[in-house]
Design a protein. Sequence first.
Length: 93
Amino acid sequence: MDEEDEDGEGVEFTESAFRHKISKRDIKHALKTKVLDVPLIHYPQKNAIIGFDRAGNPLEILYNEIDDFRIEIFHAMKARKTFLARLGLKEKP
């Protein structure tokens, strides 16, 4: 994902992105503070991000690449311990 803008332009959201009550502001903040951005091995054009909400909590975000300049967020939630562990990361104490 290219970080060509700081305002979240080029970022689209599906309704399911908000299923876990993560705000658009926190998702955009997590995109700016990401520590990991990797493709999902068995799902072409789907990617996972670990970033932080405005309170410093880790979020897991899944997105589709629409084109070189746009992504579509379809999942965002507090990062699960199992998700972090699979990526070799730990939740803050």
